[in-house]
Design a protein around this ligand. Sequence first.
Ligand code: SF4
Length: 233
Amino acid sequence: MTELSRRQVILASGAVLIAAPVQARAPGEPASARSRWGLLIDTGKCSAECNVCVETCKAEMGLSGHDRPLTDAQYLRKVNVRDPATGAAHSVPVMCQHCAKPACVDVCPTGASMKRADGIVLVDRHICIGCRYCMMACPYKARSFAHEDQTGQQPYLPRGKGTVEGCTLCVHRIDEGRPPACVEACAAKARGAMLFGDLNDPKSDIAQRVAREATSRIRADLGLEPAIRYQGI
Ligand code: SF4
């Protein structure tokens, strides 16, 4: 049994967490609109002190940084928010929201920003000309620009100076039937705040939770229809 590739019970931080299975496509089979991959993030399980998902993302993607926090590539970040009326505070993981109607794709002049049939939004760095229109269009501040030559690259994630990059939802893992690295790490090392799965599959845990429980999307008013849903904010 591959790790987290089937329904399994995980013991983490004293809690019993249920991880949803991920259905891998057969080799050579194209991505299909039958699937709509997404995340459900329970901010009630996410503490401001925990950075497991962020650090795991950096390691998975080979993002070493250049000691420039404002411009270093970061596919996933924690955003601390506070309701001024009540004082309630939350630490929220924010990444590319993999919108059904992505503004980045609309403005990209070259077609480098694209959406796969299964809803995953990607950048083809061989086509990207680094104009950064997509960075300006994205309301989630989810994209980074590579200012320097890149080192320590992973074979599944080509990166290049002068191009734009962002969260791929770990498409290299999804295509192998594995969940995104942040989801796996949160389940194993933290409180299992993230649930990954196919929003189009009514039998999936994520689809059933979304149908049953109150969830929200960041800036839902923009009508971009993100695939990342939240609870607790
Ligand atoms: S920076 Fe690259 S991906 Fe972004 S809009 Fe320009 S060409 Fe497209």
